[in-house]
Design a protein around this ligand. Sequence first.
Ligand code: SUG
Length: 419
Amino acid sequence: MPAPLVEINFDGIVGPTHNYAGLSLGNLASTGNAGKVSRPRAAALQGIAKMRANLALGLTQGILLPHRRPDNAWLADLATDATQAGALWPLATSASAMWAANAATVSPATDTEDGRCHLSVANLVTMPHRSHEWPGTLAQLRLAFADERAFTVHGPVPPPFGDEGAANHMRLCEHHAAPGVEVFVYGEPGGAFPARQHAQASAAVARRHGLDPARALFVQQSAQAIAAGAFHNDVVAVANERVLFVHEHAFADKTRFFGQLRKQLPSVEIVEVPADAISLADAIASYLFNAQLVTLPDGAGMALILPSEAQAVGRVWAWLEALVAGNGPIRRLVPVDVRESMANGGGPACLRLRVVCDPAAVDPRFLVDEAKLDRIAAVIEAHWPEQVSPTEFGTLGDWPQAVAARTRLLEALDLAALI
Ligand code: SUG
């Protein structure tokens, strides 16, 4: 009997160095909150609470771990260290690996030529503070998905072709275990903000994963969306099974894309939010699309797990309430508080990497239940800094408290190999 394929959400645990350094041009929250006091402990506990809520919905939950920060190996390659790094210090210290949607692009076994699930670690080369994440991510992917009968883990696409992973990738299918249509969304440079996903990177990932060319679609993000602050496609669109929930102005040529999609998946349901109901500015301020669109067990339809900020924008919340009151596939709204991450432009969807696979093939150290989340929360409560102010930030050098906090967590999870 074939192994059961289910969707697992792997959430990045927020690391102890979480801060607001204003590093991501084009990400309005990141630049707008530069210099704000950060609360790493609260940030990490908000992430744990989100995972608990997902478990309570009956979903399967996994984790990815914080990276070593400051990244001494990267600083050494730049011929410096954490005590003398100057302007490089915030770049070496960012906890940005928490946004697991940027960890990798994932093609489940049903979509690939060799019948294995393929994962390509993202190079994140566009943003210097994220460009050195991939070695730490790759080490974790190689552990979590070490079973070579089930998985192939690829290294990064070479620069200069920027690849930001699953944040610019959507998969549509009848149900998770059925073959999918994979949609790769890329940007074209030339606007005021960087286009972070290069078309060549998307094409390379599709080739290495062995996708059927007819079922791999390459779609240009609209310049208007990038200019409005949609630095990743997952800020203006989200897909789950046969549903695409999308803003009217997400794509450069939606007529062409929707036509291709309907041809490959005739049952697709496109829930499009018109700009005259919710403007791009409201969509980005409320992050309603940066939601986890999930299939609830037992035929209960789909739920949208979205940031509580979406409730704060009256027009957005009213539109969503009308949506779930109708007869469509999205039946429930589940607001979650991830404010600390949101202040850096990371909503519920940014914090997770979706992998459709047999959970039995995954290294169990990367899967969680309530009891394990209790253990993780206890380490965070005891060791994560309560807050980091802009005045002390930058004077912390090797930041021994943060390094030790991460070590405690890895030890508690039997993952000391990652230290
Ligand atoms: O890459 N913010 C992240 C947010 C990533 C959100 N992910 C998805 N949309 N999938 C980024 O822009 C800000 C860090 C700082 O400014 O300190 C930051 O990296």
